[in-house]
Design a protein around this ligand. Structure first.
Ligand code: FAD
Ligand code: MG
Length: 362
C-alpha cells in the first residue's frame, strides 16, 4: 500500500480563513458558510514517517486533523522509546541490561504487552517467545552485524531463551529477566500493539475512517466514506512490494498482518538464505518450507504475535492455534501452495494465478 504524503486542506484552509478575516471582516460570514459546506466533505490527510524501524503511514479518509496525526505519531515515538530492544535508553534496554541482577520499573503498557506475549508463548508451546532476544542478537538479521553464528554460539544462546525467566510484577510495577545474558525482544508483537494504539488515538480524535500501515502491518479504522467494506491487499511474497497475492474484504476495526521470509533476510557466506523468524527450539530460522503467514483479526497485537507464532509452528499446529484465538490464517508455501482456514476463506480472495489453493481446509 503506497501512501503519498499529501498534507492537504483543512489546516491550510483554516489559516487562510483567519488571514482573510483580518483582511476583509465583511466576508467572514459568507466564508464561514462556504467553509462549513466544505466541512461536509470527508476530510482526508496522509502522513508517512519512519518509526519502529520501518515506514509508518497513516491515511485518514474522513475526520482528519493535524492534531489526530500529531497524537498518533507521538504515540509511535513513545512506543519506540519504551519498547525498542535495539536502542540504548529504552525501558526494554534497561530490563535487558539488568538481566540476572534485578527488576526494573516498567510502564503499564509495556507490562501489559509483555504479559500478552507470555500468554501467546504459552499457547504456542514456545514457538513465539519474547525472550528470543539472545538468538535475534546473535543472528543480527537486518542489522550490520548479520552473520551465520557458529553452532557452539547457538547452543550457548538456547538456554537463555526461556519465557519462564521473564517476570512481570504488576503490584511492584516492574519487569525482570531471571538470568544474565537473557534478552527481551518484542519485535514480533510490538508493531501490532502500536497499530491498535494508533487506531484508538485516531478514533478518540474524531477520525471516522483511516488506514494505518506500519511497515505492512495494516489496520483499517471506522467506515469508509463510500460505505463500502475495506479491501486490504496481502503482498505476494515472491514479488516486489506492491504486487498482491489477493485481497481481504473487511469491516472497520480489522487488521491484516503478515510474517514473511522476504521481510528481513540475508545470504550467508555458505550461500544459503537466512530469514528473521527464529525457531526458539533450534536457534535457527524456522525451516518449514513456508514463505509467509498472514493473520486476519481484530486485535493487531494478537495478529502480529500470531503471524510469527504460526510461521514457526507450521500449518498443522498453527491452524489449531488460529482456531483457539478465533482468527483467519493464510499460509503460503515455497512451492506456491496456499492454505487457508475457514475464517480466512470467508474474507480473502486469492488473485494471483501463480498460486494454488490447497485442500483440505482445516
Ligand atoms: P514479525 O514476524 O512480526 O516479527 C519478527 C521479529 O520478531 C524478528 O525480527 C525478531 O525481532 C522477533 N522474533 C523472531 N523470532 C521470534 C520468535 N520465535 N518469537 C518471538 N519473536 C521472534 N529495526 C531496525 O532495523 N532498527 C530499529 O531501530 C528498530 N526499532 C524497533 C523498535 C520497536 C519498538 C520495534 C517493535 C521494532 C523495531 N525494529 C527496528 C524492528 C523492525 O521493525 C522489525 O522489522 C520488526 O520488528 C519485525 O517485524 P515483522 O513484521 O517484519 O516480522
Ligand atoms: Mg509478528
Amino acid at each position: 500500500m503506497s501512501m503519498a504524503a499529501t498534507d492537504s486542506g483543512p489546516a491550510a484552509r483554516g489559516s487562510r480563513s483567519r488571514r482573510l478575516e483580518r483582511l476583509a471582516p465583511g466576508l467572514a460570514a459568507t466564508l464561514g458558510l462556504a467553509l462549513s459546506l466544505v466541512g461536509c466533505a470527508p476530510r482526508a490527510m496522509d502522513r508517512t514517517e519512519l518509526a519502529l524501524g520501518t515506514v509508518c503511514s497513516i491515511r485518514v479518509l474522513d475526520g482528519a486533523s493535524e492534531a489526530a496525526l500529531d497524537a498518533a505519531f507521538a504515540r509511535l515515538r513513545d512506543i519506540e522509546a519504551t519498547m525498542s530492544a535495539n536502542a540504548p535508553g529504552t525501558v526494554v534496554d534497561a530490563v535487558n541490561r539488568a538481566a540476572g541482577s534485578g527488576a526494573v520499573a516498567a510502564p503499564s503498557d509495556l507490562r501489559a504487552l509483555a504479559r500478552r506475549a507470555l500468554e501467546l508463548a504459552e499457547a504456542s508451546g514456545g514457538a513465539f517467545d519474547p525472550t528470543v532476544g539472545p538468538l535475534v542478537a546473535l543472528w543480527g538479521i537486518g542489522f550490520d552485524t548479520e552473520r551465520v553464528p557458529a553452532p557452539g554460539e547457538i547452543a550457548a544462546a538456547l538456554p537463555l531463551v526461556d519465557r519462564r525467566g521473564l517476570v512481570v510484577d504488576e503490584s511492584a510495577g516492574t519487569m525482570a529477566l531471571a538470568r544474565a545474558g537473557m534478552r527481551l525482544d518484542l519485535g514480533g508483537i510490538a508493531k501490532g500493539y502500536a497499530a491498535d494504539e494508533v487506531a484508538r488515538i485516531l478514533t478518540e480524535h474524531g477520525v471516522k475512517a483511516a488506514v494505518v500501515d506500519l511497515g505492512g502491518n495494516v489496520k483499517v479504522v471506522g467506515r469508509k466514506p463510500d460505505r463500502k467494506p475495506w479491501r486490504v491487499g496481502i503482498q505476494n511474497p515472491f514479488s516486489d512490494r506492491g504486487e498482491r497475492l489477493g485481497l481481504a474484504t473487511l469491516p472497520g476495526g480489522y487488521t491484516v498482518v503478515t510474517s514473511g521470509v522476504y521481510e528481513r533476510h540475508f545470504r550467508g557466506d555458505d550461500g544459503a538464505e537466512y530469514h528473521h523468524l527464529i525457531d526458539p527450539a533450534t536457534g535457527y530460522p524456522a525451516d518449514g518450507g513456508l514463505v509467509s503467514v498472514t493473520v486476519i483479526a481484530e486485535s493487531s497485537m494478537d495478529a502480529d504475535g500470531l503471524s510469527t507464532a504460526l510461521f514457526v509452528m507450521g500449518p498443522e499446529r498453527g491452524f489449531a492455534l488460529a482456531e483457539a484465538y478465533g482468527v483467519g490464517a493464510v499460509y503460503v508455501r515455497d512451492d506456491k501452495g496456499v492454505l487457508m482456514n475457514e475464517r480466512a476463506r470467508a474474507v480473502f480472495e486469492l488473485e494471483s494465478g501463480a498460486f494454488r489453493l490447497e485442500a483440505p481446509v482445516p
